[in-house]
Design a protein. Sequence first.
Lengths: 316, 334
Amino acid sequence: MLSRRALVAALGLTLSLGAAPAAHAQDGEVFIPLISKGFQHQFWQAVKSGADQAAEEMGVRITFEGPDNETMVDRQIDMLAAALANNPGAIGFAALDSQAAIPLLRQADEAGIPVIAFDSGVDSDIPAATATTDNLAAAGLAADKMAELIGGSGKVAVVAHDQTSRTGIDRRDGFLNRMESEYPEIEVVSVQYGAGDQLQSTEVAKAILTANPDLDGMFGTNEGSAIGIVNAVREMGADEVTVIGYDSGKAQTNAIRSGEMAGAITQNPVGIGYETVKAAVAAMNGEELPEVIDTGFYYYDQSNIDDDEIQAVLYD
Amino acid sequence: MTTLSTDAPKSALSRLVTAGTHQKLLAFASLIVLLIGFSIASPNFMQTSNMIAILQAASVNGVLAIAVTLVIITGGIDLSVGTMMTFTAVITGVVLTFLGLPLILGVFAAIATGAFCGSCSGTFVAKMKIPPFIATLGMMLILKGLSLVISGTRPIYFNDTPGFSEISRGSILGELVPALPIPNGVLILFIVAAAAAYVLNRTVLGRYCFALGSNEESVRLSGVNTDRWKIAIYALSGAIVGVAGLLIASRLNSAQPALGLGYELEAIAAVVIGGTSLSGGRGSILGSLIGALIMAVLTNGLRVLSVAQEWQTVVTGAIIILAVYADMMRRKPS
Protein backbone atom coordinates (compact mmCIF):
# COMPACT_ATOMS: atom_id res chain seq x y z
CA MET A 1 0.00 0.00 0.00
CA LEU A 2 2.71 2.37 1.01
CA SER A 3 4.71 1.65 -2.10
CA ARG A 4 1.76 2.18 -4.37
CA ARG A 5 1.17 5.53 -2.79
CA ALA A 6 4.87 6.27 -3.17
CA LEU A 7 4.76 5.44 -6.85
CA VAL A 8 1.71 7.57 -7.44
CA ALA A 9 3.33 10.44 -5.56
CA ALA A 10 6.53 10.04 -7.52
CA LEU A 11 4.69 10.01 -10.81
CA GLY A 12 2.80 13.10 -9.75
CA LEU A 13 6.03 14.79 -8.82
CA THR A 14 7.61 13.92 -12.15
CA LEU A 15 4.59 15.29 -13.90
CA SER A 16 4.57 18.54 -12.02
CA LEU A 17 8.26 18.95 -12.87
CA GLY A 18 7.39 18.35 -16.47
CA ALA A 19 4.49 20.74 -16.31
CA ALA A 20 6.58 23.64 -15.03
CA PRO A 21 7.97 24.85 -18.35
CA ALA A 22 4.59 24.45 -20.01
CA ALA A 23 2.79 26.48 -17.40
CA HIS A 24 3.69 29.80 -18.95
CA ALA A 25 3.14 28.54 -22.46
CA GLN A 26 -0.61 28.66 -22.39
CA ASP A 27 -1.03 32.43 -22.62
CA GLY A 28 -1.68 32.68 -26.35
CA GLU A 29 1.98 32.51 -27.27
CA VAL A 30 2.74 31.35 -30.80
CA PHE A 31 4.17 27.85 -30.75
CA ILE A 32 6.34 26.45 -33.55
CA PRO A 33 7.68 22.91 -33.14
CA LEU A 34 10.65 21.91 -35.30
CA ILE A 35 10.96 18.21 -36.09
CA SER A 36 14.46 17.53 -37.32
CA LYS A 37 16.29 14.48 -38.62
CA GLY A 38 18.50 14.29 -35.59
CA PHE A 39 19.14 15.88 -32.29
CA GLN A 40 22.49 14.95 -30.82
CA HIS A 41 24.83 15.75 -33.70
CA GLN A 42 26.77 18.98 -33.82
CA PHE A 43 25.07 19.85 -37.08
CA TRP A 44 21.59 19.62 -35.58
CA GLN A 45 22.58 21.37 -32.39
CA ALA A 46 23.77 24.22 -34.59
CA VAL A 47 20.43 24.23 -36.43
CA LYS A 48 18.71 24.36 -33.05
CA SER A 49 20.78 27.30 -31.85
CA GLY A 50 19.80 29.26 -34.96
CA ALA A 51 16.14 28.40 -34.39
CA ASP A 52 16.37 29.46 -30.73
CA GLN A 53 17.88 32.76 -31.77
CA ALA A 54 15.08 33.48 -34.27
CA ALA A 55 12.43 32.43 -31.73
CA GLU A 56 13.78 34.90 -29.21
CA GLU A 57 13.90 37.73 -31.73
CA MET A 58 10.38 37.09 -32.96
CA GLY A 59 8.81 36.34 -29.60
CA VAL A 60 7.61 32.85 -30.49
CA ARG A 61 8.11 29.63 -28.59
CA ILE A 62 9.79 26.73 -30.34
CA THR A 63 10.68 23.15 -29.54
CA PHE A 64 13.33 21.20 -31.37
CA GLU A 65 13.13 17.44 -31.52
CA GLY A 66 14.57 14.69 -33.64
CA PRO A 67 14.97 10.93 -33.40
CA ASP A 68 18.14 9.40 -31.95
CA ASN A 69 19.35 8.44 -35.40
CA GLU A 70 18.34 8.87 -39.00
CA THR A 71 16.88 5.39 -39.31
CA MET A 72 14.02 5.96 -36.86
CA VAL A 73 11.42 7.06 -39.37
CA ASP A 74 8.46 6.00 -37.24
CA ARG A 75 9.74 7.91 -34.19
CA GLN A 76 9.89 11.04 -36.31
CA ILE A 77 6.26 10.45 -37.34
CA ASP A 78 5.25 10.12 -33.67
CA MET A 79 7.01 13.40 -32.95
CA LEU A 80 5.13 15.06 -35.78
CA ALA A 81 1.84 13.68 -34.42
CA ALA A 82 2.54 15.01 -30.92
CA ALA A 83 3.54 18.37 -32.40
CA LEU A 84 0.26 18.58 -34.29
CA ALA A 85 -1.72 17.88 -31.12
CA ASN A 86 -0.23 20.95 -29.50
CA ASN A 87 -2.04 23.53 -31.65
CA PRO A 88 1.10 24.80 -33.34
CA GLY A 89 1.07 28.05 -35.29
CA ALA A 90 3.36 26.45 -37.85
CA ILE A 91 5.64 23.43 -38.09
CA GLY A 92 9.24 23.06 -39.25
CA PHE A 93 10.02 19.63 -40.64
CA ALA A 94 13.13 17.92 -42.03
CA ALA A 95 11.76 14.67 -43.41
CA LEU A 96 13.69 11.42 -42.97
CA ASP A 97 11.32 9.86 -45.46
CA SER A 98 8.88 12.16 -47.23
CA GLN A 99 6.39 9.45 -48.09
CA ALA A 100 5.92 8.20 -44.57
CA ALA A 101 5.05 11.68 -43.31
CA ILE A 102 2.55 12.64 -45.97
CA PRO A 103 -0.66 11.65 -44.13
CA LEU A 104 0.32 13.86 -41.19
CA LEU A 105 1.49 16.71 -43.40
CA ARG A 106 -1.86 16.55 -45.14
CA GLN A 107 -3.53 16.71 -41.73
CA ALA A 108 -1.50 19.85 -40.96
CA ASP A 109 -2.43 21.31 -44.33
CA GLU A 110 -6.13 20.67 -43.73
CA ALA A 111 -5.91 22.30 -40.30
CA GLY A 112 -4.34 25.36 -41.93
CA ILE A 113 -1.01 24.87 -40.18
CA PRO A 114 1.81 26.03 -42.48
CA VAL A 115 4.73 23.61 -42.84
CA ILE A 116 8.27 24.81 -43.55
CA ALA A 117 10.65 22.12 -44.79
CA PHE A 118 14.27 22.51 -43.74
CA ASP A 119 17.64 20.99 -44.54
CA SER A 120 16.34 18.73 -47.27
CA GLY A 121 13.10 19.14 -49.12
CA VAL A 122 9.90 17.22 -48.62
CA ASP A 123 8.63 15.48 -51.75
CA SER A 124 5.26 17.21 -51.68
CA ASP A 125 3.71 20.58 -52.45
CA ILE A 126 2.48 20.98 -48.86
CA PRO A 127 5.51 22.88 -47.44
CA ALA A 128 5.16 26.63 -47.87
CA ALA A 129 8.93 26.91 -48.35
CA THR A 130 12.15 24.94 -47.96
CA ALA A 131 15.05 26.43 -46.01
CA THR A 132 18.20 24.83 -47.31
CA THR A 133 21.70 25.51 -48.58
CA ASP A 134 21.91 26.89 -52.12
CA ASN A 135 24.42 24.33 -53.33
CA LEU A 136 24.74 25.90 -56.77
CA ALA A 137 25.78 29.24 -55.30
CA ALA A 138 28.02 27.63 -52.69
CA ALA A 139 29.93 25.63 -55.31
CA GLY A 140 30.17 28.83 -57.35
CA LEU A 141 31.95 30.43 -54.41
CA ALA A 142 34.34 27.46 -54.34
CA ALA A 143 35.09 28.15 -58.02
CA ASP A 144 35.79 31.82 -57.25
CA LYS A 145 38.19 30.87 -54.48
CA MET A 146 39.90 28.28 -56.66
CA ALA A 147 40.40 30.83 -59.45
CA GLU A 148 41.81 33.32 -56.96
CA LEU A 149 44.24 30.78 -55.48
CA ILE A 150 45.63 29.48 -58.77
CA GLY A 151 45.94 32.96 -60.24
CA GLY A 152 43.06 32.95 -62.71
CA SER A 153 44.43 30.44 -65.18
CA GLY A 154 45.38 26.78 -65.30
CA LYS A 155 43.88 23.30 -65.14
CA VAL A 156 41.49 22.04 -62.48
CA ALA A 157 39.48 18.86 -61.86
CA VAL A 158 36.40 17.91 -59.81
CA VAL A 159 35.84 14.82 -57.67
CA ALA A 160 32.10 14.69 -57.05
CA HIS A 161 30.17 12.36 -54.75
CA ASP A 162 27.61 11.24 -57.30
CA GLN A 163 25.81 12.20 -60.48
CA THR A 164 22.25 11.45 -59.35
CA SER A 165 21.57 13.12 -56.01
CA ARG A 166 20.40 16.72 -55.90
CA THR A 167 23.41 17.87 -53.87
CA GLY A 168 25.85 16.02 -56.14
CA ILE A 169 24.44 17.58 -59.28
CA ASP A 170 24.11 21.09 -57.87
CA ARG A 171 27.60 21.25 -56.38
CA ARG A 172 29.21 19.94 -59.56
CA ASP A 173 27.24 22.23 -61.86
CA GLY A 174 27.64 25.25 -59.60
CA PHE A 175 31.40 24.88 -59.84
CA LEU A 176 31.51 24.09 -63.58
CA ASN A 177 29.10 26.87 -64.57
CA ARG A 178 31.02 29.52 -62.66
CA MET A 179 34.31 28.39 -64.17
CA GLU A 180 32.83 28.50 -67.65
CA SER A 181 31.19 31.90 -67.32
CA GLU A 182 33.79 33.80 -65.26
CA TYR A 183 37.18 32.21 -65.81
CA PRO A 184 37.83 31.43 -69.50
CA GLU A 185 41.54 30.92 -68.74
CA ILE A 186 40.82 27.98 -66.44
CA GLU A 187 40.22 24.60 -68.01
CA VAL A 188 38.27 21.90 -66.16
CA VAL A 189 40.07 18.81 -67.39
CA SER A 190 38.11 16.13 -65.61
CA VAL A 191 34.97 15.49 -63.54
CA GLN A 192 34.88 12.09 -61.85
CA TYR A 193 32.74 10.41 -59.21
CA GLY A 194 33.88 8.68 -56.04
CA ALA A 195 30.54 7.96 -54.34
CA GLY A 196 31.56 10.19 -51.42
CA ASP A 197 33.66 7.26 -50.24
CA GLN A 198 37.13 8.28 -49.04
CA LEU A 199 38.96 5.31 -50.52
CA GLN A 200 37.14 5.34 -53.85
CA SER A 201 37.62 9.09 -54.12
CA THR A 202 41.33 8.64 -53.38
CA GLU A 203 41.67 6.24 -56.34
CA VAL A 204 39.69 8.55 -58.59
CA ALA A 205 41.80 11.55 -57.60
CA LYS A 206 45.03 9.61 -58.11
CA ALA A 207 43.95 8.64 -61.61
CA ILE A 208 43.21 12.28 -62.40
CA LEU A 209 46.61 13.38 -61.04
CA THR A 210 48.40 10.68 -63.04
CA ALA A 211 46.64 11.73 -66.22
CA ASN A 212 47.24 15.43 -65.60
CA PRO A 213 50.66 16.00 -64.02
CA ASP A 214 50.31 19.76 -64.59
CA LEU A 215 47.04 20.03 -62.64
CA ASP A 216 46.67 23.22 -60.57
CA GLY A 217 43.62 22.55 -58.43
CA MET A 218 40.96 20.05 -57.36
CA PHE A 219 37.51 20.52 -55.88
CA GLY A 220 35.83 17.80 -53.78
CA THR A 221 32.04 18.14 -53.52
CA ASN A 222 31.57 16.61 -50.09
CA GLU A 223 33.61 15.48 -47.13
CA GLY A 224 34.50 12.03 -48.48
CA SER A 225 35.45 13.41 -51.90
CA ALA A 226 37.58 16.16 -50.38
CA ILE A 227 39.40 13.79 -48.04
CA GLY A 228 39.98 11.43 -50.99
CA ILE A 229 41.70 14.26 -52.85
CA VAL A 230 43.86 15.10 -49.82
CA ASN A 231 44.90 11.44 -49.58
CA ALA A 232 45.73 11.26 -53.28
CA VAL A 233 47.79 14.46 -53.19
CA ARG A 234 49.64 13.13 -50.16
CA GLU A 235 50.32 9.72 -51.72
CA MET A 236 51.44 11.22 -55.04
CA GLY A 237 53.46 13.99 -53.41
CA ALA A 238 51.61 16.52 -55.57
CA ASP A 239 51.88 19.35 -53.03
CA GLU A 240 51.51 22.10 -55.62
CA VAL A 241 47.86 21.17 -56.26
CA THR A 242 45.35 23.50 -54.59
CA VAL A 243 42.58 21.52 -52.86
CA ILE A 244 39.16 22.95 -51.97
CA GLY A 245 36.61 20.87 -50.10
CA TYR A 246 32.99 20.98 -48.98
CA ASP A 247 31.35 20.51 -45.55
CA SER A 248 33.37 20.16 -42.38
CA GLY A 249 34.32 17.27 -40.14
CA LYS A 250 37.42 16.49 -38.15
CA ALA A 251 39.55 15.17 -41.04
CA GLN A 252 38.76 18.14 -43.21
CA THR A 253 39.36 20.81 -40.57
CA ASN A 254 42.66 19.09 -39.70
CA ALA A 255 43.70 19.13 -43.36
CA ILE A 256 42.93 22.83 -43.51
CA ARG A 257 44.88 23.58 -40.35
CA SER A 258 47.86 21.62 -41.66
CA GLY A 259 47.69 23.36 -45.03
CA GLU A 260 47.03 20.23 -47.09
CA MET A 261 43.68 21.69 -48.03
CA ALA A 262 43.44 25.36 -48.99
CA GLY A 263 39.90 25.81 -47.70
CA ALA A 264 36.37 24.50 -47.85
CA ILE A 265 32.76 25.53 -48.13
CA THR A 266 30.67 24.92 -45.05
CA GLN A 267 26.91 24.99 -44.93
CA ASN A 268 25.31 27.22 -42.36
CA PRO A 269 23.23 25.08 -39.99
CA VAL A 270 22.65 28.07 -37.72
CA GLY A 271 21.13 29.87 -40.71
CA ILE A 272 18.98 26.86 -41.55
CA GLY A 273 17.41 26.98 -38.09
CA TYR A 274 17.06 30.74 -38.10
CA GLU A 275 15.45 30.95 -41.54
CA THR A 276 13.08 28.08 -40.80
CA VAL A 277 11.58 29.85 -37.81
CA LYS A 278 11.52 33.17 -39.64
CA ALA A 279 9.73 31.60 -42.61
CA ALA A 280 7.28 29.85 -40.27
CA VAL A 281 6.32 33.16 -38.70
CA ALA A 282 5.99 34.77 -42.15
CA ALA A 283 3.83 31.89 -43.39
CA MET A 284 1.54 32.24 -40.35
CA ASN A 285 1.08 35.90 -41.19
CA GLY A 286 0.06 34.94 -44.70
CA GLU A 287 3.14 36.39 -46.36
CA GLU A 288 4.30 35.04 -49.71
CA LEU A 289 7.43 32.93 -49.44
CA PRO A 290 9.94 31.85 -52.06
CA GLU A 291 9.89 28.13 -52.76
CA VAL A 292 13.49 27.79 -51.60
CA ILE A 293 15.11 29.95 -48.93
CA ASP A 294 18.88 30.05 -49.16
CA THR A 295 20.25 29.66 -45.67
CA GLY A 296 23.74 30.76 -46.54
CA PHE A 297 27.19 29.21 -46.53
CA TYR A 298 30.75 30.20 -45.74
CA TYR A 299 34.19 29.67 -47.16
CA TYR A 300 36.71 28.91 -44.45
CA ASP A 301 40.47 28.45 -44.52
CA GLN A 302 43.47 28.70 -42.19
CA SER A 303 42.93 32.42 -41.72
CA ASN A 304 39.38 32.31 -40.36
CA ILE A 305 38.81 28.75 -39.14
CA ASP A 306 39.03 29.86 -35.51
CA ASP A 307 36.73 32.87 -35.91
CA ASP A 308 33.59 32.64 -33.80
CA GLU A 309 31.40 33.01 -36.86
CA ILE A 310 33.03 30.00 -38.56
CA GLN A 311 33.38 27.89 -35.43
CA ALA A 312 29.62 28.23 -34.91
CA VAL A 313 28.86 26.61 -38.26
CA LEU A 314 31.49 23.86 -38.32
CA TYR A 315 30.14 20.43 -37.48
CA ASP A 316 31.77 17.04 -37.07
CA MET B 1 -7.01 2.30 -2.77
CA THR B 2 -10.05 0.08 -2.35
CA THR B 3 -11.84 2.04 -5.04
CA LEU B 4 -9.14 0.90 -7.41
CA SER B 5 -9.72 -2.77 -6.79
CA THR B 6 -13.45 -2.46 -7.31
CA ASP B 7 -12.97 -0.53 -10.52
CA ALA B 8 -14.56 -1.82 -13.67
CA PRO B 9 -11.15 -2.43 -15.27
CA LYS B 10 -10.42 -5.07 -12.69
CA SER B 11 -13.06 -7.44 -13.91
CA ALA B 12 -11.81 -6.93 -17.44
CA LEU B 13 -8.29 -7.54 -16.24
CA SER B 14 -9.07 -10.66 -14.27
CA ARG B 15 -10.83 -12.18 -17.22
CA LEU B 16 -7.66 -11.90 -19.26
CA VAL B 17 -5.19 -12.94 -16.64
CA THR B 18 -5.20 -15.36 -13.79
CA ALA B 19 -2.32 -14.40 -11.57
CA GLY B 20 -0.74 -11.27 -10.18
CA THR B 21 -3.73 -9.01 -10.62
CA HIS B 22 -2.28 -6.55 -8.15
CA GLN B 23 0.80 -5.76 -10.18
CA LYS B 24 -1.32 -5.07 -13.25
CA LEU B 25 -3.54 -2.84 -11.19
CA LEU B 26 -0.49 -0.93 -10.08
CA ALA B 27 0.62 -0.44 -13.68
CA PHE B 28 -2.93 0.41 -14.68
CA ALA B 29 -3.19 2.95 -11.87
CA SER B 30 0.07 4.54 -13.02
CA LEU B 31 -1.34 4.79 -16.53
CA ILE B 32 -4.47 6.54 -15.24
CA VAL B 33 -2.39 8.87 -13.05
CA LEU B 34 -0.25 9.78 -16.03
CA LEU B 35 -3.30 10.41 -18.23
CA ILE B 36 -4.93 12.61 -15.59
CA GLY B 37 -1.69 14.42 -14.79
CA PHE B 38 -0.95 15.25 -18.41
CA SER B 39 -4.56 16.33 -19.00
CA ILE B 40 -4.32 18.80 -16.14
CA ALA B 41 -0.90 20.01 -17.26
CA SER B 42 -1.87 20.65 -20.87
CA PRO B 43 -5.29 21.29 -22.38
CA ASN B 44 -4.00 19.93 -25.68
CA PHE B 45 -3.23 16.49 -24.33
CA MET B 46 -6.70 14.97 -23.94
CA GLN B 47 -7.95 15.26 -27.52
CA THR B 48 -9.29 12.41 -29.60
CA SER B 49 -6.61 12.94 -32.23
CA ASN B 50 -3.84 12.90 -29.64
CA MET B 51 -5.21 9.80 -27.90
CA ILE B 52 -5.21 8.09 -31.29
CA ALA B 53 -1.65 9.26 -31.88
CA ILE B 54 -0.66 7.69 -28.56
CA LEU B 55 -2.38 4.40 -29.36
CA GLN B 56 -0.74 4.36 -32.76
CA ALA B 57 2.68 5.07 -31.24
CA ALA B 58 2.07 2.20 -28.80
CA SER B 59 0.95 -0.29 -31.41
CA VAL B 60 4.34 -1.40 -32.75
CA ASN B 61 6.09 -1.33 -29.38
CA GLY B 62 3.09 -3.07 -27.79
CA VAL B 63 3.15 -5.95 -30.24
CA LEU B 64 6.92 -6.30 -29.80
CA ALA B 65 6.49 -6.23 -26.03
CA ILE B 66 3.91 -9.02 -26.23
CA ALA B 67 6.31 -11.08 -28.34
CA VAL B 68 9.19 -10.61 -25.96
CA THR B 69 6.97 -11.27 -22.92
CA LEU B 70 6.51 -14.89 -24.00
CA VAL B 71 10.27 -15.40 -24.22
CA ILE B 72 10.96 -13.60 -20.95
CA ILE B 73 8.44 -15.76 -19.10
CA THR B 74 10.44 -18.84 -20.14
CA GLY B 75 13.42 -17.24 -18.42
CA GLY B 76 14.96 -16.09 -21.69
CA ILE B 77 15.40 -12.73 -23.35
CA ASP B 78 15.09 -11.70 -26.97
CA LEU B 79 17.31 -8.89 -28.21
CA SER B 80 16.49 -9.56 -31.84
CA VAL B 81 12.85 -8.43 -31.93
CA GLY B 82 13.66 -4.95 -33.31
CA THR B 83 15.74 -6.05 -36.26
CA MET B 84 13.57 -9.15 -36.76
CA MET B 85 10.62 -6.80 -37.17
CA THR B 86 12.57 -4.94 -39.86
CA PHE B 87 13.58 -8.19 -41.52
CA THR B 88 9.97 -9.38 -41.77
CA ALA B 89 9.03 -5.97 -43.22
CA VAL B 90 11.79 -6.25 -45.81
CA ILE B 91 10.67 -9.77 -46.78
CA THR B 92 7.13 -8.42 -47.15
CA GLY B 93 8.59 -5.71 -49.40
CA VAL B 94 10.28 -8.35 -51.52
CA VAL B 95 7.07 -10.35 -51.84
CA LEU B 96 4.78 -7.40 -52.59
CA THR B 97 6.96 -4.86 -54.37
CA PHE B 98 9.76 -6.85 -55.99
CA LEU B 99 7.69 -9.92 -56.90
CA GLY B 100 4.35 -8.13 -57.18
CA LEU B 101 2.44 -10.90 -55.41
CA PRO B 102 -1.00 -10.35 -53.81
CA LEU B 103 -1.33 -8.59 -50.45
CA ILE B 104 -2.37 -11.68 -48.51
CA LEU B 105 0.89 -13.42 -49.43
CA GLY B 106 2.83 -10.45 -48.08
CA VAL B 107 0.99 -10.73 -44.78
CA PHE B 108 1.66 -14.46 -44.69
CA ALA B 109 5.33 -13.93 -45.57
CA ALA B 110 5.87 -11.51 -42.67
CA ILE B 111 4.35 -13.85 -40.10
CA ALA B 112 6.04 -16.96 -41.51
CA THR B 113 9.41 -15.21 -41.68
CA GLY B 114 9.02 -14.14 -38.07
CA ALA B 115 8.09 -17.64 -36.99
CA PHE B 116 11.06 -19.06 -38.85
CA CYS B 117 13.50 -16.56 -37.32
CA GLY B 118 12.00 -17.22 -33.90
CA SER B 119 12.40 -20.97 -34.29
CA CYS B 120 16.05 -20.40 -35.27
CA SER B 121 16.63 -18.44 -32.06
CA GLY B 122 14.74 -21.11 -30.17
CA THR B 123 16.94 -23.84 -31.65
CA PHE B 124 20.11 -21.96 -30.73
CA VAL B 125 18.85 -21.62 -27.17
CA ALA B 126 17.20 -25.00 -26.63
CA LYS B 127 19.27 -27.42 -28.70
CA MET B 128 22.65 -25.71 -28.89
CA LYS B 129 22.40 -24.41 -25.31
CA ILE B 130 23.62 -20.94 -26.26
CA PRO B 131 22.49 -18.45 -23.59
CA PRO B 132 19.44 -16.53 -24.89
CA PHE B 133 21.21 -13.19 -24.50
CA ILE B 134 24.01 -14.29 -26.85
CA ALA B 135 21.85 -16.28 -29.26
CA THR B 136 19.44 -13.42 -29.83
CA LEU B 137 22.26 -10.85 -29.90
CA GLY B 138 23.68 -12.85 -32.79
CA MET B 139 20.27 -13.05 -34.45
CA MET B 140 19.84 -9.30 -34.00
CA LEU B 141 23.01 -8.63 -36.01
CA ILE B 142 22.36 -11.33 -38.61
CA LEU B 143 18.89 -10.00 -39.32
CA LYS B 144 20.04 -6.38 -39.38
CA GLY B 145 22.68 -7.30 -41.95
CA LEU B 146 20.33 -9.44 -44.03
CA SER B 147 17.73 -6.65 -44.11
CA LEU B 148 20.33 -4.30 -45.57
CA VAL B 149 21.61 -6.90 -48.04
CA ILE B 150 18.19 -7.94 -49.34
CA SER B 151 16.88 -4.40 -49.68
CA GLY B 152 20.10 -3.04 -51.18
CA THR B 153 20.20 -0.60 -48.18
CA ARG B 154 17.30 1.38 -49.66
CA PRO B 155 13.75 1.61 -48.34
CA ILE B 156 11.27 -0.59 -50.22
CA TYR B 157 8.05 1.31 -50.90
CA PHE B 158 4.60 -0.25 -51.17
CA ASN B 159 3.17 2.20 -53.68
CA ASP B 160 2.07 -0.59 -56.00
CA THR B 161 0.06 -2.30 -53.26
CA PRO B 162 -2.50 0.38 -52.39
CA GLY B 163 -4.29 -1.70 -49.74
CA PHE B 164 -1.09 -2.25 -47.77
CA SER B 165 -1.03 1.04 -45.89
CA GLU B 166 -4.64 0.38 -44.81
CA ILE B 167 -3.41 -2.47 -42.55
CA SER B 168 -2.17 0.09 -40.06
CA ARG B 169 -3.48 3.47 -41.18
CA GLY B 170 -7.01 2.54 -42.27
CA SER B 171 -9.85 2.40 -39.80
CA ILE B 172 -12.49 -0.30 -40.08
CA LEU B 173 -13.88 0.85 -36.75
CA GLY B 174 -14.07 4.44 -37.97
CA GLU B 175 -16.19 3.35 -40.92
CA LEU B 176 -18.67 1.66 -38.59
CA VAL B 177 -18.59 4.28 -35.84
CA PRO B 178 -17.43 7.62 -37.29
CA ALA B 179 -16.88 9.01 -33.81
CA LEU B 180 -14.16 6.41 -33.15
CA PRO B 181 -11.58 6.63 -35.93
CA ILE B 182 -9.27 4.11 -34.22
CA PRO B 183 -6.68 2.96 -36.76
CA ASN B 184 -6.59 -0.73 -37.63
CA GLY B 185 -3.05 -0.94 -36.26
CA VAL B 186 -4.40 -0.31 -32.78
CA LEU B 187 -7.13 -2.93 -33.19
CA ILE B 188 -4.48 -5.39 -34.30
CA LEU B 189 -2.49 -4.64 -31.15
CA PHE B 190 -5.50 -5.50 -28.99
CA ILE B 191 -6.33 -8.61 -31.03
CA VAL B 192 -2.74 -9.85 -30.74
CA ALA B 193 -2.82 -9.14 -27.00
CA ALA B 194 -6.06 -11.07 -26.52
CA ALA B 195 -4.80 -13.99 -28.57
CA ALA B 196 -1.45 -14.12 -26.78
CA ALA B 197 -3.16 -13.90 -23.38
CA TYR B 198 -5.42 -16.78 -24.39
CA VAL B 199 -2.47 -18.93 -25.44
CA LEU B 200 -0.55 -18.09 -22.30
CA ASN B 201 -3.37 -18.75 -19.83
CA ARG B 202 -5.58 -21.31 -21.48
CA THR B 203 -3.33 -23.65 -23.47
CA VAL B 204 -0.68 -26.27 -22.81
CA LEU B 205 1.89 -24.11 -24.59
CA GLY B 206 1.20 -21.29 -22.13
CA ARG B 207 1.42 -23.62 -19.15
CA TYR B 208 4.80 -24.90 -20.27
CA CYS B 209 5.91 -21.33 -20.91
CA PHE B 210 5.47 -20.53 -17.19
CA ALA B 211 6.79 -23.93 -16.13
CA LEU B 212 10.00 -23.55 -18.13
CA GLY B 213 10.59 -20.18 -16.53
CA SER B 214 9.95 -21.37 -13.00
CA ASN B 215 11.82 -24.64 -13.00
CA GLU B 216 12.96 -26.05 -16.30
CA GLU B 217 14.76 -28.98 -14.70
CA SER B 218 11.71 -30.36 -12.97
CA VAL B 219 9.69 -30.03 -16.15
CA ARG B 220 12.35 -31.99 -17.99
CA LEU B 221 12.51 -34.63 -15.23
CA SER B 222 8.78 -35.15 -15.50
CA GLY B 223 9.35 -36.41 -19.01
CA VAL B 224 8.44 -33.35 -21.05
CA ASN B 225 10.41 -32.55 -24.18
CA THR B 226 11.35 -29.05 -23.00
CA ASP B 227 13.43 -28.23 -26.09
CA ARG B 228 10.47 -28.66 -28.39
CA TRP B 229 8.21 -26.48 -26.30
CA LYS B 230 10.85 -23.83 -25.98
CA ILE B 231 11.37 -23.68 -29.74
CA ALA B 232 7.60 -23.47 -30.18
CA ILE B 233 7.43 -20.48 -27.84
CA TYR B 234 10.25 -18.67 -29.65
CA ALA B 235 8.52 -19.40 -32.96
CA LEU B 236 5.21 -18.01 -31.67
CA SER B 237 7.06 -14.96 -30.40
CA GLY B 238 8.66 -14.58 -33.83
CA ALA B 239 5.29 -14.80 -35.57
CA ILE B 240 4.04 -11.97 -33.37
CA VAL B 241 7.14 -9.96 -34.31
CA GLY B 242 6.07 -10.54 -37.92
CA VAL B 243 2.80 -8.77 -37.11
CA ALA B 244 4.83 -5.84 -35.76
CA GLY B 245 6.80 -5.84 -39.01
CA LEU B 246 3.56 -5.56 -40.96
CA LEU B 247 2.34 -2.75 -38.72
CA ILE B 248 5.44 -0.61 -39.04
CA ALA B 249 5.84 -1.21 -42.77
CA SER B 250 2.22 -0.38 -43.35
CA ARG B 251 2.41 2.73 -41.22
CA LEU B 252 5.48 4.03 -43.05
CA ASN B 253 4.25 2.64 -46.38
CA SER B 254 7.78 1.31 -46.72
CA ALA B 255 10.20 -1.23 -45.29
CA GLN B 256 13.04 0.83 -43.80
CA PRO B 257 15.97 -1.59 -43.72
CA ALA B 258 18.20 0.36 -41.33
CA LEU B 259 15.53 0.76 -38.70
CA GLY B 260 15.13 -1.60 -35.74
CA LEU B 261 18.09 -1.29 -33.38
CA GLY B 262 16.96 0.06 -30.03
CA TYR B 263 13.38 -1.10 -30.43
CA GLU B 264 14.13 -4.30 -28.50
CA LEU B 265 15.10 -2.32 -25.41
CA GLU B 266 11.91 -0.28 -25.50
CA ALA B 267 9.90 -3.47 -25.81
CA ILE B 268 11.75 -4.97 -22.85
CA ALA B 269 11.18 -1.76 -20.88
CA ALA B 270 7.44 -2.02 -21.55
CA VAL B 271 7.46 -5.66 -20.37
CA VAL B 272 9.30 -4.75 -17.18
CA ILE B 273 7.02 -1.80 -16.40
CA GLY B 274 4.13 -4.21 -16.84
CA GLY B 275 5.43 -6.32 -13.98
CA THR B 276 6.88 -9.30 -15.83
CA SER B 277 9.92 -10.66 -14.05
CA LEU B 278 13.13 -10.84 -16.05
CA SER B 279 14.05 -13.98 -14.11
CA GLY B 280 11.17 -15.82 -15.72
CA GLY B 281 8.18 -17.84 -14.57
CA ARG B 282 5.98 -14.83 -13.94
CA GLY B 283 4.38 -12.22 -16.12
CA SER B 284 1.39 -11.26 -18.16
CA ILE B 285 0.45 -10.01 -21.59
CA LEU B 286 -1.91 -7.43 -20.17
CA GLY B 287 0.91 -6.01 -18.06
CA SER B 288 3.12 -5.60 -21.13
CA LEU B 289 0.27 -3.99 -23.03
CA ILE B 290 -0.19 -1.49 -20.23
CA GLY B 291 3.58 -1.05 -20.06
CA ALA B 292 3.68 -0.13 -23.74
CA LEU B 293 0.78 2.29 -23.24
CA ILE B 294 2.54 3.89 -20.27
CA MET B 295 5.65 4.45 -22.37
CA ALA B 296 3.66 5.92 -25.25
CA VAL B 297 1.64 8.19 -22.93
CA LEU B 298 4.80 9.33 -21.19
CA THR B 299 6.66 10.11 -24.42
CA ASN B 300 3.71 11.85 -26.01
CA GLY B 301 2.76 13.73 -22.85
CA LEU B 302 6.26 15.07 -22.26
CA ARG B 303 6.36 16.19 -25.88
CA VAL B 304 2.99 17.91 -25.65
CA LEU B 305 4.26 19.68 -22.52
CA SER B 306 7.31 20.72 -24.57
CA VAL B 307 9.74 19.23 -22.09
CA ALA B 308 13.23 19.45 -23.59
CA GLN B 309 14.19 16.24 -25.31
CA GLU B 310 17.20 15.64 -23.07
CA TRP B 311 14.91 15.63 -20.06
CA GLN B 312 12.32 13.40 -21.68
CA THR B 313 14.90 10.64 -21.78
CA VAL B 314 15.86 11.20 -18.15
CA VAL B 315 12.23 11.10 -17.01
CA THR B 316 11.50 7.93 -18.99
CA GLY B 317 14.49 6.21 -17.41
CA ALA B 318 13.43 7.32 -13.93
CA ILE B 319 9.90 6.00 -14.48
CA ILE B 320 11.22 2.57 -15.44
CA ILE B 321 13.25 2.35 -12.25
CA LEU B 322 10.38 3.64 -10.12
CA ALA B 323 7.92 1.21 -11.65
CA VAL B 324 10.10 -1.81 -11.05
CA TYR B 325 11.05 -0.66 -7.55
CA ALA B 326 7.41 -0.20 -6.60
CA ASP B 327 6.65 -3.66 -7.95
CA MET B 328 9.45 -5.19 -5.87
CA MET B 329 8.39 -3.35 -2.72
CA ARG B 330 4.89 -4.68 -3.11
CA ARG B 331 6.21 -8.23 -3.37
CA LYS B 332 8.44 -8.01 -0.32
CA PRO B 333 6.81 -9.79 2.64
CA SER B 334 6.14 -7.07 5.21
